[in-house]
Design a protein around this ligand. Structure first.
Ligand SMILES: [Zn+2]
Length: 503
């Protein structure tokens, strides 16, 4: 059974509510997609509802490299209260959420978004906050027991926002006069915060179980950091039981996505690919596949270079399995990877590695499609397949420009580049040209003929291959030759060879 179905079966609810979270303190990278897509797969499998809770009321913890100096003054203030970086969004949190939510939409993720600052403003947290405050000692004891840390004597489960300096967590609470939390701020101000309004928030250890309780969350996937011994899962599940009198949600722990050779993705270290950039280099169903194809507890080693080609090949292979009625788990992975429903007919496609060459050979997309039709790679000119091809070609182009390794990149020279061929090369190319007569212009034949003619004329094999790259690309290296030649027009290649030989 697919992991999403396994998890769905463990949830004790007919119409479960599945929660995911996001802290928009910076650009939201690919690693975060795993949380949302894990939750989404389970909601699809369980016919549940998905929500995304945005930690927009968390403070800005430090000045990140992508922020200008003016943001130093904003440290400590809630993200929802900080101006947006570009000036076009309501606040700092929105600035980073907008592109992420657009990406989720492109990925076909159907969810409701809840902003923490709005939940506090509406008073959603009032009862939970009151219970935490009234049970301050019990909450503190749970945290101390689970974490093994001793809390300060004046620890308080609720952090007021200073109404003068706007900072959260810089206050010392001196009393509770329901519904007001009385505080002294480090800035010298003394005031009170109303727990029915957005004037403060629960500390994270209490905030998390509070939202399970307020919203009635049945299931939540989260990263392994929360699951560490003494982590917020250990305290949260006790707080919801012992303080709020309810049960914790079914939990699913997921592993990080690592950027190959660079470690886990993280916005603060800069080892990351933004979700929106990822969607510029692969189709949404392929990005979904990346997540659906691995159990949450398996870490994903993501390689934006050649790894993209393997990923798409694996997706295409899984598509074949689905349409051949093969392996059940893999077919389910394919289903869950779809943005909408599964295509009615098996998509016809140009093999991805071919497409990588074709996009570099032809500027005109229609020419690529026509070649594929003429050579029988695509049998039927179907609109939906043509559209998929266009989309893939766009992604390939972005990938080539931004992430592809040099070994797959080339530029076909429209005119014969300046070359200095020696007699061996000329003799070989001449012989090759003659042998093309009656050849079916198939990759494997074109490749075989290189070997045959090299043997016949006695030229070194490497030199024989290089001679083609020299006259076509003006370089010593290039894509796999047989396939590459087969993608070029026969007349063009013949013309180029005879020009080179007589130069
Ligand atoms: Zn203050």
């Amino acid at each position: 059974m697919h992991w999403a179905d396994v998890e769905a079966e463990k949830i004790d609810s007919k119409k479960p509510l599945i929660a995911t979270g996001e802290a928009p303190s910076g650009p939201i990278h690919l690693g975060h997609i795993r949380e949302v897509l894990t939750g989404e797969a389970i909601s699809r499998a369980s016919d549940g509802d998905l929500i995304l809770i945005v930690d927009s009321f968390d403070p800005l913890r430090r000045s990140y490299p992508f922020l200008d100096d003016s943001y130093v003054d904003q440290i400590g203030k809630p993200l929802s209260e900080i101006p947006c970086i570009c000036g076009e969004h309501d606040n700092y949190a929105e600035h980073f959420m907008e592109p992420f939510l657009e990406s989720l939409d492109e990925l076909g993720v159907d969810l409701k978004v809840k902003y923490a600052h709005e939940m506090y403003a509406k008073g959603d947290y009032e009862d939970a906050t009151r219970r935490m405050i009234e049970n301050r000692d019990k909450v503190a004891k749970i945290i101390e027991e689970e974490t093994g840390r001793e809390l300060d004597d004046d620890w308080f489960p609720y952090n007021p926002i200073c109404s003068r300096c706007g900072e959260i967590g810089n206050t010392a609470v001196t009393g509770f006069d329901d519904p007001y939390v009385i505080y002294d701020c480090g800035c010298g101000y003394a005031g009170k915060a109303d727990i029915r309004k957005a004037e403060g928030k629960l500390a994270w250890r209490g905030d998390w179980p509070a939202r399970w309780w307020i919203l009635g969350i049945d299931c939540e996937p989260f990263g392994k950091d929360h699951f560490a011994s003494g982590g917020s899962w250990d305290t949260g599940k006790r707080i919801i039981k012992e303080i709020l009198g309810s049960e914790p949600p079914h939990h699913v722990v997921y592993e990080w996505i690592q950027l190959k050779g660079e470690g886990p993705m993280s916005s603060s270290t800069g080892v990351a690919i933004k979700t929106e950039d990822m969607l510029k280099m692969v189709c949404p169903e392929v990005l979904r596949f990346l997540i659906m194809n691995s159990k949450p507890k398996t870490h994903i080693d993501f390689d934006p270079g050649l790894g993209i080609l393997d990923l798409v090949d694996e997706y295409d292979h899984t598509e074949d399995i689905y349409f051949e009625g093969g392996d059940e788990d893999r077919s389910r992975t394919y289903e869950l990877s779809q943005v909408e429903k599964v295509p009615e007919k098996k998509p016809q496609r140009i093999p991805y590695r071919h497409l990588v060459n074709l996009v570099q050979i032809y500027e005109d997309r229609d020419a690529i499609w026509d070649v594929a039709l003429n050579t029988g790679q695509i049998q039927e000119d179907r609109k939906e397949d043509h559209e998929r091809f266009e989309e893939r070609a766009d992604k390939v182009k972005f990938w080539l420009e931004n992430h592809a390794p040099d070994m797959v990149k080339f530029s076909l020279k429209k005119e014969l580049p300046p070359v200095d061929l020696d007699e061996d090369e000329k003799t070989f190319l001449e012989s090759y040209l003659k042998s093309l007569e009656g050849c079916g212009w198939k990759g494997e034949d074109l490749h075989r003929l290189v070997h045959e003619n090299a043997d016949e004329t006695g030229i070194n094999k490497g030199k024989a291959f290089r001679s083609f790259y020299k006259i076509l690309l003006g370089k010593d290296k290039g894509p796999r030759l047989g396939r590459f030649l087969s993608q070029l027009e026969e007349e063009f290649v013949k013309q180029r060879i005879s020009e080179a030989v007589s130069s």
